[in-house]
Design a protein around this ligand. Structure first.
Ligand SMILES: *Cc1c(COP(=O)(O)O)cnc(C)c1O
Length: 466
């Protein structure tokens, strides 16, 4: 490294000007958020061409870099923090979580081991305990902090694979899948796409899955679940990604437990229903499962890159995921990498810890139930405006249709263009539908009212072919 670049970095670190600039730009962004277009304007998208530069030959200027990003980048974001984005299942961000993220970014911790970050190790331990308590999971349950549910589902299935094979006397880590005894995977046809991805990645083969039909609301048809045995992995869902529906964990959990089958619950956004007094019934029986995956970055509104795997059987999870190396020194404290596929990781648990501490049980109850109320308001008001609601709004998801598919598709396009709010489309029982996911603490009753107006206006334009 030349003296020049070293000096420059020292100077930038100590002068703090680039950081101050970034902070000012962040505040300006937050101030403008309530009134800006939810999706970027065509001008903002066109201006992204400003990033088409060749790889710089010489060092750049930190302040200029921050300014360019603020100028070209900020307007080309999808506005998630203002409460009128209802696509995917994207949450907003809890202030305390965002604040601690800033601080921890300066810490630049790597968190595989206690010895690489005692504070992250401690907060993983504390947060693991809080989550166990909150979801009323078995005392033996451990948590791994990963990037999101795609990975936490993978971890849950890896633990299940480990344990079920071990019971058959097969060490899958050493012997792999070739010539292995057969495990059975039982999953709902409504399982999330990331569940299918995990099944494929783990070598089970999607064609080998025993797929079970779902009912009108997207719940697995419990009566259609085949006879289970100790080789089975049963995949259940807390919160269908279209309807928000919950499977019958109690009945299926009992059956699985009696048969010695492993149950994994994909509760990416829906598991948080357990945190709201009046929605808790939706998750009845989850404690009968063996592993649970969920996100911080959806319903809980932490920043992104925050998912959790919890597993009743510590050994199954650790045996599936642990790594060894002469330079890796495990401690008698919590070493986070034992519970995750990654080794190097940022201290993402800290944002989760801060969100839980900031909200407390009552704040969490109010926030999660508030999302449910806003979803019901959407359904009620849209129905009054002549839209059809296709699901029972049990949680935060609303499926909406116009009189015919063509009108629905054109209405979605006009809603997206309006900039007032953003919703996506999906297909449900053979129809094109609008999918609303209420998942941000920031969404108010007034926001919902404003969005319903945008729906009505968009449908009018679509009808007129404008
Ligand atoms: C979002 C989601 C996932 C995938 O989670 P990521 O955090 O995006 O990886 C899995 N299952 C369900 C039900 C989801 O809603």
């Amino acid at each position: 490294m030349s003296e020049d670049i070293h000096q420059r970095m020292r100077q930038d670190m100590s002068s703090r000007v680039a950081f101050d600039d970034a902070r000012d730009a962040a505040y300006a962004y937050a101030d403008a958020a309530p009134e800006r277009n939810v999706f970027p304007t065509p001008e903002a998208l066109a201006a992204l061409a400003g990033f088409d530069e060749s790889l710089p030959a010489r060092p750049g200027d930190a302040i200029q870099i921050v300014r360019q990003l603020a100028e070209l980048g900020s307007p080309a974001t999808v506005s998630q923090i203002a409460g009128r984005y209802f696509g995917l299942v994207n949450g907003g961000v809890i202030p305390a979580s965002l604040a601690v993220r800033w601080l921890t970014d300066f810490w630049d911790q790597n968190t595989p081991l206690y010895l690489s970050s005692p504070v992250a190790s401690k907060l993983e331990e504390v947060t693991e305990g809080w989550l166990r308590q909150l979801f009323e999971l078995p005392e033996s349950s451990v948590a791994g902090f990963v990037s999101g549910s795609s990975l936490s589902i993978f971890c849950g299935l890896a633990a299940a694979r480990q344990r079920n094979f071990a019971r058959l006397g097969w060490d899958v880590n050493r012997r792999g899948l070739i010539d292995a005894p057969r495990l059975r995977i039982v999953a709902s046809r409504q399982a999330h796409g990331t569940v299918s991805k995990a099944i494929a990645l783990l070598g089970f083969g999607l064609d080998n899955v025993e797929w079970v039909e779902a009912d009108q609301q997207g719940r697995i048809d419990s009566d259609a679940v085949p006879e289970l045995d100790a080789s089975c992995i049963l995949l259940l869902q807390a919160g269908n990604v279209n309807t928000g529906a919950f499977d019958d964990f109690e009945a299926l959990g009992r059956r699985a437990n009696a048969a010695g089958a492993w149950v994994h619950v994909d509760g990416a956004f829906g598991l948080w229903a357990a945190a709201a007094r009046d929605l808790k019934h939706l998750t009845r029986g989850i404690e009968l499962a063996d592993s649970w995956s969920f996100d911080g970055h959806k319903t809980l509104n932490t920043p992104y890159d925050c998912g959790v795997i919890m597993c009743r059987d510590r050994d199954a999870l650790v045996n599936a995921l642990h790594a060894a190396g002469a330079y890796i020194t495990y401690s008698d404290k919590r070493d986070g990498m034992l519970y995750t596929p990654e080794m190097s990781r940022r201290a993402r648990v800290i944002e989760l810890w801060a969100a839980l501490k900031y909200l407390g049980r009552s704040g969490l109850d109010e926030m999660v139930y508030g999302m449910h109320l806003r979803a019901r308001q959407f359904a009620r008001e849209l129905e009054q405006q002549g839209f059809e609601i296709l699901n029972d709004v049990v949680f935060n998801q609303v499926l909406v249709a116009c009189d015919n598919d063509k009108l629905t598709v054109n209405t979605i396009e006009r809603i997206q263009q309006s900039g007032e709010c953003w919703v996506g489309g999906t297909t449900w029982q053979g129809r094109h539908v609008i999918r609303i996911s209420v998942c941000s603490w920031a969404t108010t009753e007034a926001d919902v009212g404003r969005c319903v107006e945008a729906f009505v206006d968009a449908r009018k334009k679509a009808t007129e072919g404008a």
